[in-house]
Write a protein that binds this ligand. Structure first.
Ligand SMILES: C[S@@+](CC[C@H](N)C(=O)[O-])C[C@H]1O[C@@H](n2cnc3c(N)ncnc32)[C@H](O)[C@@H]1O
Length: 356
C-alpha cells in the first residue's frame, strides 16, 4: 500500500458530515452576527479607557450577549472534537487504517524521532484547544489536529495563511536555511520551503504523531531534499551553531510558558548565523478594552492558558537580552485583505535580527 495525503484524511459518514456542518454554520453565526451585536452593546459600556480595564471586563461579563458569545466559543469547540460525531470519534472509528498508513515508510533521512524525549511541563499539563490528550501520545494526534484544522468552523489557521506569512517574511529577502519550530503536521514548514528554489527547511516539534504525518505530506508535496522533520524541543535543538538564516514559528509562542519563550529566544540566537532573522506569527492583545477582553476570554475558553503569558511578557526586552537587534511587532492580516467585520484573533508578526 502506498500512502498519499488522502490516506490520512478520515472519511466522515453522513451523520458526522452533517454534525460538523452544523457546527461550522453555527460558528459563522457566532463570529458574524452574534459578535457584531456583542460589539455594539459593548461599545455603549462605560470604562472604555485602558486604565479602567478591570471595571470594563466586569461589566462586559454581565451582558447576556457576551455570555452567549463565550458559551458558544467554548462549547462549539468541545463539540467539534469530542461530540457524538466529533473529530475524535471519527478518527477512532478508522484507527486501524489510519495507523497503517502512518506506519508506511518515508524517504530515508526525512524523519528523525526521539520518542523517549522529555516533554516540558507546560506541554504535559494542557490539552490545547480542547484536543483530548493534546498532541502528546496518540500516534493519530497529528491526524486529529489536521482534520480539526480543516473541519468546518476551524477558528484559526485558514487555508492560505501559511503561504501569506511565508511570502510576507521573504518579501524583501530570501532565506535558504530555515528552521520551523513547532511545525505541527508541516503546513508552516512547507510554506517556507516553497519560498525559493534553494530553500531547505527543517521542521521540529515535540509531537511524534504530528511529525510522522508531516513527513508523509512533505514527501508527497516537496521531497526530502526540501524538507526534513526532527523531534526536538525548540528550547534545545540538536543542530549546530549558526546553521540557519531564518528561525520561524507559526502559532507557537502563545502555547509556551514565559520561561520557554525566553529559552527558545536564546536558542534561536545560537542557531542563527550573524545577520540571520527570527520571524514568529502569533497573537498579542490590542489596547482596546473590548478586543483585549475577547483575547483573554479566548485564552480561557479555548484552553490556551499561556496566551496570557505571551501578553504579559515584554518581548522587545527579552529579544534584546538574548542579543537581537531590529526588533519589530506588527499587525498581520491573515486573510489577505478579506478581514470583514467579524471576530478574528489579533495576529502579529514578531521579527528580530542577529547582528553581523
Ligand atoms: C498551534 S500548533 C502550530 C503548528 C504549525 N506551526 C501550524 O501552523 O500549523 C503548535 C505546535 O507547537 C508544538 N510545540 C509546542 N511546544 C513546543 C516546543 N517546546 N518545541 C517544539 N514544538 C513545540 C506543538 O506540538 C504543536 O504542534
Amino acid at each position: 500500500m502506498t500512502a498519499n495525503s488522502q490516506s490520512f484524511a478520515p472519511v466522515p459518514d453522513a451523520q458526522t458530515a452533517s454534525y460538523q456542518a452544523f457546527i461550522g454554520a453555527f460558528r459563522k453565526l457566532w463570529a458574524g452576527p452574534i459578535y457584531r451585536e456583542l460589539r455594539q452593546q459593548a461599545g455603549a459600556l462605560p470604562d472604555q479607557s485602558p486604565e479602567a480595564y478591570d471595571r470594563y471586563e466586569a461589566r462586559l461579563a454581565q451582558l447576556p450577549i457576551h455570555q452567549l458569545f463565550g458559551w458558544l466559543e467554548h462549547n462549539l469547540q468541545l463539540m467539534k472534537y469530542r461530540g457524538a460525531h466529533g473529530v475524535v470519534p471519527m478518527v477512532e472509528g478508522q484507527r486501524q487504517a489510519l495507523e497503517q498508513a502512518l506506519l508506511q515508510p518515508v524517504p530515508d533521512g526525512m524523519l528523525t524521532l526521539s520518542e523517549d524525549m522529555a516533554l516540558p511541563d507546560y506541554y504535559k499539563l494542557t490539552d490545547f484547544h480542547h484536543h483530548p490528550g493534546g498532541l502528546r501520545e496518540d500516534p493519530l494526534a497529528g491526524i486529529v489536529y489536521r482534520t480539526s484544522a480543516g473541519a468546518a468552523g476551524g477558528v484559526v489557521g485558514r487555508a492560505g495563511l501559511h503561504r501569506l506569512f511565508a511570502n510576507h517574511v521573504t518579501r524583501d529577502r530570501g532565506f535558504d536555511r530555515v528552521l520551523d519550530i513547532g511545525c505541527g503536521f508541516g503546513r508552516s514548514t512547507l510554506a517556507f520551503a516553497g519560498t525559493g528554489s534553494d530553500t531547505r527547511a527543517v521542521g521540529i516539534d515535540l509531537s511524534a504523531g504530528c511529525l510522522r504525518l508531516a513527513a508523509h505530506l512533505g514527501a508527497e508535496i516537496a521531497g526530502k531534499d526540501r524538507v526534513r522533520y526532527l523531534q526536538a524541543d525548540g528550547a534545545s535543538v540538536p543542530q549546530e551553531d549558526a546553521g540557519f538564516d531564518l528561525v520561524t514559528s507559526t502559532m507557537l509562542l502563545h502555547e509556551l510558558s514565559a520561561d520557554a519563550i525566553r529559552d527558545m529566544t536564546a536558542e534561536a540566537f545560537r542557531l542563527l548565523q550573524p545577520g540571520g532573522e527570527v520571524a514568529h506569527l502569533d497573537f498579542l492583545p490590542p489596547d482596546d478594552n473590548f478586543l483585549r477582553a475577547l483575547f483573554l476570554g479566548h485564552s480561557d475558553r479555548n484552553a490556551e492558558p499561556h496566551m496570557r503569558d505571551l501578553a504579559a511578557i515584554d518581548l522587545p526586552t527579552e529579544f534584546q537580552k538574548a542579543g537581537f537587534a531590529d526588533i519589530s511587532i506588527t499587525p498581520f492580516d491573515e486573510t489577505g485583505g478579506e478581514t470583514g467585520d467579524g471576530w478574528r484573533l489579533p495576529w502579529v508578526v514578531i521579527r528580530a535580527r542577529k547582528p553581523q
